[in-house]
Design a protein around this ligand. Structure first.
Ligand SMILES: Cc1ncc(COP(=O)(O)O)c(C=O)c1O
Length: 390
């Protein structure tokens, strides 16, 4: 029965059928290029889904990992390690200082920590979290409860209570939700990534921030996909002049080495007491060393600035392609809206032609190449897309 459910090609796989069938097996990478088990090369314009911002097999990160692996990989959370302390300081500086950091291992866990911190802050009198319809915050039960997508939630009900969803970009609905005295926090992505790279309307996030501030509701920004230079700023919320109370990040922080982080203003962070939250691997020396190398490289390369200009270069070329109706997102997080619902077919044919992109819906493609991408690689990717779209 399981084989029937999983489908024929899946039945032979030792992996659970959570990701659909695999058609390609990747064995190595270098910069923006991936190589499969037949030696075929692909231009990776998905960057491991906004993860590998410094490119595959990055030397600085490999060296930091090798050195750390020979020094210290893990101690229990009964002890500090210098790499995690330094990394927390660096993240705090990027966010303006005056905050504290909790380390975990993924984006969902970074959001779980944010949700638990907000609830602790609300002291059981205020506990509800407001998030947006079609938003995506992860697959663990708490993060899934915040994820405004019934199709992903329904098979797993009952979900934890205390989560409300309002349509993205609808200020009246947000105001009504935030007026509830039991609401402790609002949790939003600055650009809805998984939903199709949906931009906030001008003034929306700023108005939500003001409403939250007026009601002493915490503003949590999920920067798991948009954070760390991806949109042409260190964090996506910077485009909107926000000053969030809690910021979550993961994906690009380790360039593929699993690490998540939850930053909060000190006045909020102090709500967590010893024993309130924890995870065995969070803030481990190895992942922290990788993340320190990532932040160091991002600074050295002035990557936010570079991403903004490369994003413009890519967008100017994409705008000229046949069948492209509109572009969304910022920097190198690019939504390509097609004039026909053929995103799946375009992504499949692009892969056959040696270019990795993905379809987020029937008519939306996502491009999120490593941020070190060159103009030559952008030209090559656009040439493939043109031939597929024509
Ligand atoms: C905005 C956002 N939040 C959270 C997550 C979940 O992260 P993870 O898959 O590392 O748990 C994702 C993953 O795509 C995401 O895009």
């Amino acid at each position: 029965m399981h084989d029937e459910l999983a489908g024929k090609s899946e039945s032979a796989s030792p992996l659970m059928s959570t990701y659909g069938g695999y058609t390609t097996t990747i064995v190595s990478g270098d910069g923006c290029v991936l190589v499969d088990d037949h030696g075929r090369r692909y231009l990776d314009f998905l960057g491991g889904i906004s993860v590998v911002s410094l490119g595959h097999a990055n030397n600085a990160i490999a060296s930091a990992l090798a050195e750390q692996a020979q020094t210290l990989v893990h101690v229990s959370n009964f002890f500090a390690n210098p790499k995690a302390l330094k990394l927390a300081e660096e993240i705090d500086l990027l966010l303006g200082g005056g905050g504290k950091v909790f380390f975990s291992n993924s984006g969902a866990e970074a959001n779980e920590a944010a949700i638990k911190l907000a609830r602790r802050y609300g002291a059981r009198e205020r506990f509800e979290i407001v998030s947006a319809v079609n938003g995506f915050h992860g697959r663990t039960l708490g993060a899934l409860a915040a994820t405004g997508q019934p199709a992903k939630q329904d098979p797993f009900r009952p979900l934890p209570e205390g989560f409300l969803h309002v349509p993205f970009n609808d200020l009246d609905a947000m105001r009504e939700a935030l007026d509830r005295p039991t609401v402790v926090a609002v949790l939003l992505e600055p650009i809805q990534a998984e939903a199709g790279i949906i931009d906030p309307l001008p003034g929306y996030l700023e108005a939500v921030a003001e409403m939250a501030r007026d009601r002493s509701v915490l503003f949590i920004i999920d920067e798991v996909q948009t954070g760390l230079c991806r949109t042409g700023r260190w964090f996506g919320f910077e485009h909107f002049g926000l000053s969030p109370d809690i910021v979550t990040m993961a994906k690009a922080l380790g360039n593929g080495v699993p690490i998540g982080a939850t930053w909060a203003k000190s006045s909020v962070a102090q709500a967590f007491q010893p024993g309130d939250h924890g995870t065995t691997f969070g803030g481990g020396a190895l992942a922290s060393a990788a993340a320190l190398a990532v932040l160091g490289e991002m600074k050295r390369l002035d990557l936010a600035e570079r991403t903004a200009s490369m994003g413009e270069y890519l967008r100017s070329a994409l705008r000229l392609l046949p069948g492209v109706r509109a572009l969304s997102g910022r920097g190198l997080l690019v939504g390509v809206e097609l004039s026909e619902p053929r995103a799946q077919e375009v992504a499949k044919r692009a892969l056959e032609a040696g270019l990795i992109v993905n379809a987020l819906s029937a008519d939306r493609l996502r491009l999120a190449p490593p941020l070190i991408v060159s103009t030559e690689e952008i030209d090559a990717a656009v040439t493939i897309l043109r031939s597929v779209l024509t």
